[in-house]
Each structure stands twice: as C-alpha cells, then as structure tokens.
Design a protein around this ligand. Structure first.
Ligand code: HEM
Length: 473
C-alpha cells in the first residue's frame, strides 16, 4: 500500500515537473533571456509546438481581451504554429500596414492557404511579383470597368438570383454564398448557372475548406482534398484559356482582359499560370467576405426596422425613375449613401475580418520592442471596431453614424486593410452587396423563421443557416 502511494506521488510530481519544464521550453526558446537585439513585448508562449493555439481558438476574442488586460495592447504569444506578436493599438496597426515590405513586413498567412492558392497568389507574394499581380488585379476592377462592364453584369446576375423567393423559406447564408461565387464566375468568364458553374462551385468550396485546414497532405484530410480541388480547377481554367485562344472570339469579361493585357506594352504580360492564380485569388478573396457581409446585413436589417425603412426608401427612390427592366447605373450606386453606411456598419459590428497577418523579414521595432525576423505580427483590428471613442455606443447597429462624419477617411478605418495591400475589391464588393440589397428590399419583405444561431469567431457563420420567410413587397 505504502509502495503504491509512493509510486502515485512520484507520478504526480513527475507530471508536474515535466509540465512546468515543457511550459518553460517555449519561454526559453522565444523569451527575453538570451536576446541582445532588444526586448520582446510581454506575454506567454505556452506549450512547445502548439503554443497557446487551443486557448486562442476556444476563447477567441476573450483570449485577446484577457491578455490585453494583463500585458497591454502589444503582447507576444505562440499561436497557429508561430511565435506571434498581437497588436491591438490602432495607431501602431496603421503604421504596420503602411510600413509594408520596405519596413520588413510581408503577408504571413498560414501554409495551407499559401500552398492551395498557388505560388502567384496576390495576397501572399511580395516584391516585383506583387506589383505585377496587383497591377493586373487593379486593372480588372478599376472604376471605368465597374461602370461599363462589371455593374451591368452584377445587376443582371442579382435580378436573376433574387427572383422567385416569395412564398418560400430561404436560407440567406446558402443564397449569399452561392451569390458570391456565381457572380464572380459571371464577371470572370461570363459563366451562368449550369453544369460548368456547378462543377466549379464544388471544387471551389472544397478548395476554400482546404485553405483553413492543417497542412497534412494525407488522403481524406481537408488539405489533401483542397489540393486536389485546386488541380481540377486549374485544369478547367486551362481548358477555358485554350478554347478562348482557339476561337479567337472577343469577350467582355475579366479572362479576356487578362489574356489581352500586356499586348499593347502598357503592362507586363502575365503567364497562364499567373492568370489562373489571379482568378482563383479573386474568387477566394471575395467569397467569404461578400457572402458574410450580405448575410449579416439582412440579419441586422431584420432586427432594426427603422434602418430597413430608410434603406428601402433610398432604393425605391432609385427605382422611381426607371422601368422595371432598367439596370442600376454607376451613378445610382454612387448615390446610395445610406446603403454604403449599412454595409460599413455591418462590416464593423459583425467584424467580418478580425485582423491581418504579417511576417517579419528582419528585426522590426514596435513601440520600443524589437520583434525578431521570422515572427508573425497579428494586426488585430477587431478591437478598433468596438472602440467607444471612434464609434460611440459601439455595440449598437447604427448606420447613421457613417453619415455624420466622414468616417471612411478616418485614419483608423481598416475594414478593408490599409497601405499597399488595401483591398482592391473594395468598390466592386460594395457595389455587389448594394445591388443585392437593392433587389432584396425593393422586391421582398421578410421575417426570420425559427431560431437562428450566429457564431462570431473564428469566422462569422450561421452553423444551421439563417432562415427567413419571404413575401412579395
Ligand atoms: C466586403 C467585402 C470585402 C472585404 C471586407 C475585404 C477585405 C479585405 C482586407 C481586409 C484585405 C487586406 C488583407 C491584408 O492586408 O492582408 C483584402 C485584400 C484583398 N482583397 Fe478584399 N475584401 C472584400 C472584397 C473583395 C473582393 C470582392 C475582391 C475581389 C474582387 C477582393 C480581393 C482582394 C485581394 C486580391 C486582396 C489582396 C490584395 C493584396 O495583397 O495586394 N476583396 N480584402
């Protein structure tokens, strides 16, 4: 009996000693101890390899809040496989985004995303390749393109997509996800609903899941399937390119513009591989952001009848001077001040984007601390969205706040990022959500059906869908 007790005590002591040694391991490896270059921000590094990832994913925003209380707005941790400095200071965050590559900061997105989106993925490349890819992307979505080519396509798509909803229960989450994908396919290559769009949709959905999984390349894992989906997508796009070249026909779409760009010597000519990676990145970047914002706008409008009334008035006024078949124009879009306010307020309150990831290519100074080369910096912008000084009564959905002051030009407006990587799809994305809302509120009224749960972290989603019962307006 005494021996058993002794063994038990030995095991407990052993576990405690081993745990504290393991917990010290990351501290010793990444702590201030042996550093001569400068001090690191305060914080804890957790377990070897896993760091504090489990706590971060489980607790989400409260993980950040607790550490901010303990260590301040700049602290170190070890999450998602990397030593990371989290920055919640709006001014410093802005500086980090503006500092960019020249200041030692390149994109720091997870390995799965980098592998599956391809080596020319605009959101991951840097240096001269980023300039080329970004130039090509900006050419596709510039205001002149939005006015003459994209908006008419978006309008035609939304009319179609938003028809026949009356008298049924609709899952807004499913509909807005479909909308983001199909609308992008129409803009890219004039693809309308049918077998090709169904095949692309299946592969794109698998690809998206692969990018947010652990990079374990074994059959059955999401990463493996995402990679396979990428291969199939690439081959479909290669076939489309070959058909275009063979037919020699002119098309009014993004693929045509990319195939022709560079022919006149004004811009560098992209390789087929770069064109394909650009198109995949374009669909990927808009997919979740656009669908989630549209879904959450419907949710907030359901809960705020006064905002819905004002939004509907804006859109009915636009329709007044038009025949039912007439599309909304660029000028109409530019006149939608309240709609724009609803979209930004939705992005803010739902926090569709929690923050941006960067990796240091050299030691980087932050408020007197020195962040070593190879670390990640999490430019955590979520907190700015709830800053009571910037947004009084921050937890209230109040689109009117965007009309009072020119909040969009505020230096801490980071809903679309900032600096040299600021979202190139900001205007196209806003126009698309605005057009969705236009047809939605002028055609229908609705009420929520049943109890719909919405999760806000790590991504905004309705695990069982957001169901509404729809009626003709
Ligand atoms: C409501 C909609 C959207 C939101 C909230 C949003 C947000 C953002 C943010 C925060 C970034 C910065 C990422 C970083 O700095 O690491 C970004 C980058 C990007 N976005 Fe968007 N986005 C939206 C729609 C779109 C759309 C529709 C497109 C495609 C036309 C798009 C294409 C991109 C691309 C390609 C980048 C990477 C730019 C670069 O690294 O140079 N986005 N977006």
């Amino acid at each position: 009996m005494a021996l058993l007790l002794l063994v038990l005590v030995g095991v407990v002591v052993g576990v405690v000693v081993a745990s504290s040694l393991l917990l010290r391991w990351n501290e010793v490896r990444y702590g201030n101890g042996r550093r001569k270059e400068g001090r690191l921000p305060p914080g804890t590094m957790g377990w070897p390899l896993f760091g504090e990832t489990t706590e971060f994913l489980k607790q989400g925003p409260s993980f950040m809040k607790q550490r901010r209380l303990r260590y301040g707005r700049l602290f170190r941790t070890h999450i998602l496989g990397c030593p990371t400095v989290v920055c919640m200071d709006p001014e410093l965050n802005r500086r980090m985004l503006l500092q960019g590559e020249a200041g030692g900061l390149v994109p720091g997105y997870p390995q799965s995303m980098l592998d599956i989106l391809g080596r020319n993925n605009i959101a991951a490349v840097h240096g001269p390749l980023h300039r080329v890819m970004r130039g090509a992307m900006l050419g596709l979505v510039r205001p002149a393109m939005l006015r003459t080519s994209l908006l008419p396509k978006i309008d035609a798509f939304m009319r179609d997509h938003l028809s026949g909803w009356a008298g049924s229960v609709v899952d807004v989450q499913a509909k807005t996800k479909e909308m983001a994908l199909l609308s992008a396919l129409r803009q890219i290559a004039g693809i309308t609903a049918g077998p090709l769009s169904d095949a692309l949709k299946t592969e794109l959905c698998t690809l998206v899941l692969g990018t947010i999984s652990l990079p374990i390349n074994l059959p059955g894992t999401s990463y493996y399937q995402g990679f396979q989906a990428r291969k199939k997508l690439v081959s479909m796009l290669e076939q489309m390119i070959a058909e275009r070249r063979c037919s020699g026909e002119v098309h009014d779409d993004m693929l045509d513009a990319l195939l022709r760009s560079g022919n006149d010597g004004t811009r560098e000519k992209l390789t087929d591989e770069q064109i394909i990676d650009l198109l995949i990145a374009l669909i990927y970047s808009g997919y979740e952001t656009m669908s989630t914002t549209s879904m959450m706008a419907v949710k907030y409008l359901s809960d705020h009848p006064q905002a819905l009334e004002e939004l509907r008035r804006e859109h009915l006024d636009i329709r007044k001077g038009k025949s039912p078949e007439e599309a909304i124009s660029y000028e109409d879009f530019k006149s939608m001040a309240f709609t724009r306010a609803v979209i930004f307020e939705t992005l803010r309150l739902a926090t569709v984007v929690n923050g941006l990831l960067r990796k240091t290519t050299k030691d980087v100074e932050m408020n007197g601390y020195v962040i070593p080369k190879g670390w990640r910096i999490y430019v955590y912008t979520r907190e700015i969205n709830y800053d009571p000084f910037m947004y009084p009564d921050p937890m209230t959905f109040n689109p009117w706040r965007w009309l009072e002051k020119n909040m969009e030009s505020h230096p801490h407006f980071m809903l679309f990022g900032g600096g040299g990587r600021m979202c190139p799809g900001k205007e196209v994305g806003t126009a698309e959500i605005a057009t969705f809302l236009h047809y939605f509120v002028t055609r229908y009224r609705w009420e929520e059906e049943g109890k719909n749960t919405i999760l806000k972290f790590p991504r905004v989603e309705a695990p069982n869908g957001l169901h509404i019962r729809v009626h003709d307006y």
